[in-house]
Design a protein around this ligand. Structure first.
Ligand SMILES: C[S@@+](CC[C@H](N)C(=O)[O-])C[C@H]1O[C@@H](n2cnc3c(N)ncnc32)[C@H](O)[C@@H]1O
Length: 280
C-alpha cells in the first residue's frame, strides 16, 4: 500500500471534524432513509436493561441513543468518536432529546481507552472501513467486549451496489481530482467484499460472524444530493469543496447526469447496500 497510514489518520480526523456541522444539520434527512439499519443493528446487538453499550464512531449519536432505549436508566451508552466536533454534535443532539443515560467520549477506535471486558454490547455504523487499521479496531472491539456480548456493525458493500457513492467517486477520479482507490487502502468500499469482512472479524478473535445483506435507497430532492456530497460525504466532500467554482459546477452536472437513471419524478432514488454483521 503506497499511502502513509499516519498521514491518512491525520487527514481523516481533519475531514470528519469539518463534516460534523453537516451531519448535525442533516441528521434527520440521514435518519429518514437509514433508520431501518439502526433498528437492525440494535436488534442484533440485543442489549438488555442495565447493560453498557458502546457505539463506535458514533457521529451524531443516533444509533447509540436507540440502543440506549433498550438499556434504560440503569444501563448506559458510551457514545464515542475520534472527532471532537462529532462528539460535541452528539452531545447537543442527546441534550436536545433529553437523553440521560449517555456518556460522550472522544475515542479512537484503533486505541480504545476502555478496560478489557468492560462493555456488554457494541454497535457501529459505517465506520470500520474508514479506519487506517480496521484489524486493530476490531481487535480493540473484541478486547473491550465481554465474553458472550455481541458486536453488530455495518459496512458498505461494493461500488456496483452503491451508485450513490460510486458515481460521484468515479466522476472525480475520471476528471483527475482523486486517485483511483488503492486495493487494501481505507475508504468507503474497503470492506465491500464479504470475504474481507469475514477475514477481518475472525482475525480479531470473534467466532464465525453472521453477515447479511441490507439494502435500502437514498432519496434526494431539491439540493439534497449536492448537500450530501459537499457536507456529509467525508473525503468526497473534501475534494469537491476544494475545486474552483466552474469545475465544481461541471462536476455537479456530470454527477447528476451519471445518476439520471435513478430519477423518479422530482426525486433521485438511489440504491444503497450494506453488510450487516453480527459476531460474538
Ligand atoms: C460515515 S460517518 C458515520 C457516523 C455514524 N456512525 C452514523 O452512521 O451516522 C463515520 C464516522 O467515523 C468516525 N471515525 C472515523 N475514523 C475513526 C476512528 N479511527 N475512530 C473513531 N471514529 C472514527 C468519523 O469521525 C465519523 O463520525
Amino acid at each position: 500500500m503506497a499511502i502513509d497510514l499516519n498521514t491518512y489518520r491525520q487527514t481523516s480526523l481533519e475531514i470528519w471534524n469539518k463534516m460534523a456541522p453537516g451531519w448535525e444539520e442533516k441528521r434527520e434527512w440521514i435518519l429518514q432513509d437509514s433508520m431501518p439499519i439502526n433498528e437492525w443493528l440494535v436488534d442484533q446487538a440485543a442489549p438488555a436493561p442495565g447493560d453498557t453499550v458502546l457505539d463506535i464512531a458514533a457521529g451524531t449519536g443516533d444509533l447509540g441513543f436507540l440502543a440506549g432505549e433498550r438499556v434504560g436508566a440503569d444501563g448506559k451508552v458510551l457514545v464515542t468518536d475520534f472527532s471532537p466536533e462529532m462528539v460535541e454534535a452528539a452531545r447537543r443532539n442527546g441534550e436536545q432529546r433529553g437523553i440521560r443515560n449517555a456518556e460522550y467520549r472522544i475515542m479512537d477506535a484503533e486505541r480504545m481507552d476502555l478496560g478489557d471486558d468492560s462493555v456488554d454490547a457494541v454497535v457501529s455504523r459505517w465506520s470500520y472501513m474508514l479506519m487506517a487499521d480496521p484489524a486493530a479496531a476490531l481487535s480493540e472491539t473484541r478486547r473491550v467486549l465481554r465474553d458472550g456480548g455481541k458486536l453488530a456493525f455495518c459496512v458498505w458493500q461494493t461500488p456496483d451496489r452503491n451508485p450513490w457513492a460510486a458515481i460521484p467517486g468515479m466522476t472525480l477520479v475520471q476528471r483527475g481530482h482523486m486517485p483511483p482507490p488503492e486495493p487494501g487502502a481505507p475508504g468507503i468500499f474497503a470492506m465491500g467484499e464479504r470475504d474481507r469482512v469475514h477475514e477481518l472479524v475472525t482475525g480479531a478473535g470473534f467466532a464465525d460472524p453472521r453477515i447479511e445483506e441490507l439494502a435500502f435507497e437514498w432519496r434526494y430532492t431539491g439540493t439534497e444530493l449536492w448537500e450530501m456530497l459537499t457536507r456529509i460525504a467525508g473525503p468526497i466532500a473534501e475534494v469537491l469543496n476544494g475545486l474552483p467554482e466552474d469545475e465544481q459546477a461541471d462536476v455537479r452536472d456530470a454527477i447528476e447526469s451519471g445518476l439520471n437513471d435513478f430519477r423518479q419524478g422530482d426525486a433521485l432514488v438511489v440504491p444503497a447496500a450494506t453488510w450487516g454483521v453480527v459476531a460474538r
